[in-house]
Design a protein around this ligand. Sequence first.
Ligand code: AMP
Ligand code: MG
Length: 431
Amino acid sequence: MAQGYAGHQFGGYSPRLGDGRALLLGELTAPDGRLLDLHLKGSGRTPWSRGGDGLAVVGPMLREHLVSAAMHALGVPTTRSLGVVGTGRVVQRDTPMPGAVLARVAASHLRVGTVQYAAAHYAQRAAAAGTDPGDDCLLARVVTHAAERHHPEVLEAEVPALALLERVVEVQARLVARWMSVGFVHGVMNTDNVTLSGETIDYGPCAFLDGFDQAAVFSSIDTRGRYAFGQQPAVMQWNLTRLAEGLLPLVTAATGDQDKAIARCVEVLERFPALYGEEYAALLAAKIGLPPAVSAGLDPVTRTDLVGDLLSVMAGARVDHTGFFRDLARELRGRGAPARDRVLDLPAYDAWAGRWRALGPDPDAMDRVNPVHVPRNHLLQAALDAADAGDLAPFDRMLEVVTHPYDERPEWAEYALPDPAGGPFVTYCGT
Ligand code: AMP
Ligand code: MG
């Protein structure tokens, strides 16, 4: 089955997107009882393909396989790839490319765009009938289905659509905080690429930071930086606002008044920055090794300042986001000053480090949460280029490394380093 959905792409609304090159094969029950979607990506044309060929090519599918595996190993909720199969078919892109199909497993493929699609259907039905389309309308069924699948407590709520919004706001705030804590740039945060489950989906032009830079953009098509690293929390809130718009008719039907319904949705949406901020600060507090009791005991302003001052120093020298936190732990153990050596504003760093050390940070705890290895863009690109040429060895080796993100091994040293060339890296949407 190919699923329909709508979506805002780079801010512009498309009423008909849908699975143009994907198929839902069915649902599987995991050993723990959870239902999972089994999906094929690159399996050929569907009624949603528009002008596209419905196919996928080896490079982008292997990229999704590896990055989603790395994200899982880093503790970031994500859809998974079971495997990638070369089809033996030549697919025409800018140049002829080897075709591939990826088998994806997800908590579900319900997206903000699914609700937007159902909401448009609701609006059409309401306009035609001149009345409320009722409880069995597509929109209400999508809410019930999403709730049963991901957030069952929502079904008991007084206004289930509002409770669903609340839950999605929570899971997405937590998800984006995780992305930010590992330096992940999704690259194409359109509303059709935002799940209701809170899993990361769609690894087209994604990338990981080398140098810490809130303005970092990698995608060739994101010319205005809409989806830049530091924009991700704000963009997610914008996307969730589109979700609220989609759910609004049901909230209105339940509360009997549209103004009241809007006010209740706005109240939920306005919680996003605080939810995100608390989660991110807690993750950063763990990254700098603050014992949980110390972190919990800090007043939020002190904690935010401590994290914010560190980030300013990091940004000032564009330090390597992944390596820096490992170096902080080294420095704490008295092994030189590898973190201090990376920064430019030494007085600011020293002032920060004094406050930090006074809180009793634990270097072993830091090494348990700060990865040595994230998928480095330049190495991934080299591995994908080799795979395109028929050599899978660099890819297999890199997959092994990034699925052991906390293992520091001498033979994996190059995987722990940023691109020595240091040039701007560009990614392309995986079509
Ligand atoms: P994405 O950028 O992967 O989120 O895709 C956005 C939309 O374009 C989705 O509706 C996809 O199904 C569709 N799409 C992307 N690539 C192709 C393709 N090769 N053939 C048909 N549809 C595609
Ligand atoms: Mg997509």
